[in-house]
Design a protein around this ligand. Structure first.
Ligand SMILES: O=P(O)(O)OC[C@H]1O[C@H](OP(=O)(O)OP(=O)(O)O)[C@H](O)[C@@H]1O
Ligand SMILES: Nc1ncnc2[nH]cnc12
Length: 184
């Protein structure tokens, strides 16, 4: 963890939001893709984002479950900053041992995520982590995986919430505690 206190939310937004680039019609027409790579490439912004997300984790978080692929980058860094372990939630067919699988719908298409069946000890306090909350389908599926593996979903953490889309409502309907560092 950093030795300095986290920056106030308004300052964080001023610093980080300009580093999220809007890409029209990617990957399909009608979708405005929010590209986080400029933020990842800026050392100070990356650190501020990771520390901000880590500071928002519920007390007693034992594991961060990051969703492939961009949830790996942030999730692993947040886990280190918070003193938690990291558990990968991967796209179908990538994990080498026995898996649990959940299918979900995306803003653009469908996909399946998987988790090693023995990834978590019973009752582990887990935060599901991803870069962007859009429709909520991915995070919803990741939460189901964590629970099927015996974990408890303490919260769901995002770098960026797309407020015009129903992701937060969907997750909250399922009883999830949603924590996003930035909103657009
Ligand atoms: O809230 P949702 O509508 O489910 O969308 C959010 C998900 O979409 C993006 O991942 P994507 O599937 O594009 O994969 P990537 O991280 O491998 O690029 C993003 O990183 C989230 O995982
Ligand atoms: N509009 C978007 N921008 C970036 N990542 C996304 N994942 C789902 N929708 C997205």
């Amino acid at each position: 963890m950093a030795d300095a206190a986290p920056a106030p939310a308004g300052l964080l937004e001023d610093r980080l939001l300009p580093l999220l680039r809007a890409v029209p019609d990617h990957p399909v027409p009608g979708v405005t893709f929010r590209d986080i790579t400029p933020l990842l490439g800026d050392a100070g912004a990356l650190r501020a984002a990771v520390e901000g997300m880590a500071a928002a984790l519920p007390a007693g978080t034992e594991y961060v479950a990051g969703v492939e692929a961009r949830g790996f980058v942030l999730g692993a860094a947040v886990a280190v900053a918070a003193g938690a372990g990291f558990v990968p939630v991967r796209k179908a067919g990538r994990l080498p041992r026995e898996v649990l699988a959940e299918e979900y719908a995306l803003e653009y298409g469908t996909a399946t995520v998987e988790l090693h069946a023995d990834a978590l000890p019973a009752g582990a306090r887990v935060v599901v982590c991803d870069d962007v909350l859009a429709t909520g389908g991915t995070a919803d599926a990741a939460c189901r995986l964590v629970e099927r593996a015996g974990g408890e979903v303490a919260s769901v953490a995002f770098l960026l919430e797309l407020a015009a889309l129903p992701g937060r409502a969907r997750l909250e309907e399922h009883g999830r505690d949603v924590r996003s560092l930035l909103r657009l």
